[in-house]
Design a binder for this molecule. Structure first.
Ligand SMILES: NC(=O)c1ccc[n+]([C@@H]2O[C@H](COP(=O)([O-])OP(=O)(O)OC[C@H]3O[C@@H](n4cnc5c(N)ncnc54)[C@H](OP(=O)(O)O)[C@@H]3O)[C@@H](O)[C@H]2O)c1
Length: 229
């Protein structure tokens, strides 16, 4: 049995939490809305740093084995991915940056205050292939691409610091493929392969078994292949 923290309880996060709990793992769930799911829930607000410090202060005595952050945004009722720079909305750009980066930043900050030096934590932050600068062949989606590219840089930068502070920890980014959730719903027609949430969770859990500290700072996809970024 392992001790998991699942951040973000949307399509992938909630399915993951349910599957882990059904397999007998200890699962702590954290997000902005409490789902109808038994287990320990911690309220997280990406605009309130205190909600992150209190989560990691409370769990100081018994650290997590695996942390998976699924929080992310691509569109809402009034905004979506831009097809052209002419559609850029500065407020939406800043919101995308905040949602796609801040929860990982704050979790890493507050975790770094208390984590025992030899702890073998595995931290997986959900990124996206479109956040790869190297892989960008189509353009568009500026806010989402830029915010996931920033997340990739955060993962790389903190992993270099962690190599010295926490040499047995692993910190990576992860692209799940296109998964049938609210996030991808308006864009699914463009993709020939669409995974169910359950398939995506199975790929993720298989991937998590392969993690070791040498992989830190990299972004991987559901095939366990490194994405150049
Ligand atoms: N689905 C795909 O095809 C796909 C592809 C590549 C990458 N990803 C990445 O995978 C991750 C999970 O996505 P998903 O498909 O499960 O999407 P989802 O169902 O839309 O879940 C998104 C999660 O982010 C949280 N979130 C969104 N805006 C927030 C805000 N302002 N403050 C706090 N939390 C916020 C949501 O919280 P609420 O539940 O409270 O709304 C939810 O837990 C995301 O990081 C996404 O970028 C998904």
């Amino acid at each position: 049995m392992q001790r998991y923290l699942i951040m973000g309880l949307g399509g992938i996060g909630l399915t993951l939490a349910k599957q882990l709990a059904a397999s007998g793992h200890e699962v702590i769930i954290a997000g902005r809305t409490k789902p109808a799911l038994a287990g320990k829930f911690h309220s997280l607000d990406i605009e309130q740093e205190e909600s992150f410090s209190s989560l990691f202060d409370k769990t100081r005595e018994a650290t997590f084995d695996v942390i998976i952050n699924t929080i992310g945004v691509l569109h809402d009722d009034g905004n979506g991915p831009e097809k052209s720079i002419l559609q850029l909305n500065p407020e939406w750009f800043m919101h995308s940056m905040q949602v796609n980066c801040m929860s990982t930043l704050l979790a890493l900050k507050h975790l770094s205050k208390w984590m025992p030096r030899q702890h073998e934590l595995k931290f997986i932050a959900f990124s996206a292939r479109v956040g790869s600068i190297d892989d960008n062949r189509l353009g568009g989606w500026i806010s989402y691409r830029a915010s996931k590219a920033a997340l990739n840089m955060i993962i790389k930068t903190v992993s270099l610091e962690w190599k010295f502070k926490f040499p047995k920890a692993t910190l990576v980014g992860y692209h799940p493929g296109t998964v049938d959730t609210n996030l991808s719903k308006p864009f699914q027609a463009n993709h020939s392969t669409l995974f169910t949430k359950e398939q995506a969770v199975n790929y993720l859990l298989e991937f998590s078994q392969t993690l070791h500290p040498d992989m830190s700072g990299n972004i991987y996809d559901w095939k366990k292949e490194r994405i150049p970024f």
